[in-house]
Write a protein that binds this ligand. Structure first.
Ligand code: ATR
Length: 266
């Protein structure tokens, strides 16, 4: 049997997902392929229905469609529903089921990096689909203080409501002079050509970027000289991919991070 998997989003020129999933297919002895569909919003519905008709097993969903795909799902699992974002579609006999494996990916990224947000001062940059996957971890490992900063403050406020204690909210331009233990960049600044702007805050323990390319991202490069941990989004990407692959195939892959680092940052 041959299974078809894929990815929808925009832009996709930077993606490592085909490499990761083709490796998972090889490792699990499953015959299949993973295809990228770089689409605009007008093509979203038609693409999903096309892939479903052509017997795809499932697809990943990335920037900027993690919220937009929800209306096309006949069912959304409880975790994805709790954050209002879907990064994995599973085409089943009973319709399209939406899942969120970014939540697992973020959790594993922190766990494998030896970082914990419990009782820390935490800043989250961004309030889009990717930011939503951070919230369940923070609910579990409650920071002492949690601030969400976003270009559009209304979206940051909306996101803060998903957090038990309702986080504080501000604009990116209000961060100058503030100090945090851990800062998570979940904006898409840097995915496209424009570099990340220095908003003038200080980080004491760890800078975490959900972006994984280049290895030292535009955001992380600002903190290279500081004595803090720098973590790019590769562990999150690999673990969310393992989560999606498990949903589609039932195979439980334990990713070898060193292998992926060596292969993808040659
Ligand atoms: P994703 O699925 O990766 O979260 P998204 O839902 O499109 O993608 O969210 C992108 C995030 O990056 C948002 O927080 C967005 O800010 P807005 O809510 O104000 O749109 C943020 N973002 C994108 N480009 C940005 C830029 N040039 N400056 C500041 N923030 C930016």
């Amino acid at each position: 049997m041959y299974i078809n998997l894929g990815l929808i989003g925009n832009p996709l020129s930077h993606t490592f997902s085909p490499f990761i999933h083709n490796y998972f297919l090889y490792k699990s002895g499953i015959c299949g392929g993973y295809t990228c569909y770089d689409i605009n919003i007008q093509e979203l519905e038609e693409t999903i229905s096309f892939l479903q008709k052509f017997n795809f097993t499932g697809i990943n969903v990335t920037v900027p469609y993690k919220q937009e795909v929800i209306p096309f799902c006949s069912e959304v699992d409880i975790t994805a529903k709790s954050v209002g974002a879907v990064n994995t579609l599973h085409f089943t006999d009973n319709g399209i089921v939406g899942h969120n494996t970014d939540i697992f990916g973020f959790h594993m990224m922190l766990e494998t990096s030896g970082i914990n947000t419990l009782n820390k001062k935490v800043l989250l940059l961004g309030a889009g689909g990717a930011s939503r996957s951070v919230i369940p971890y923070l609910v579990m490992y409650k920071p002492d203080y949690f601030l969400i900063a976003n270009r559009t403050t209304e979206k940051a406020y909306e996101l803060s409501l998903l957090y038990d204690n309702n986080a504080d909210v501000c604009s990116l331009n209000d961060l100058y002079g503030l100090e945090f233990d851990i800062v998570i960049n979940a904006t898409s600044i840097g995915v496209k050509e424009e570099p990340y702007t220095d908003y003038g805050f200080k980080i004491n323990e760890a800078a975490i970027d959900m972006i994984y390319k280049p290895q030292i991202t535009s955001f992380l490069s600002l903190y290279c000289k500081d004595n803090i941990k720098l973590i790019n989004g590769l562990p999150m990407l690999i673990y969310q991919a393992a989560g999606s692959f498990n949903i589609w195939t039932g195979c439980n892959i334990i990713p070898d991070m060193e292998y992926f680092k060596n292969a993808l940052y040659k």
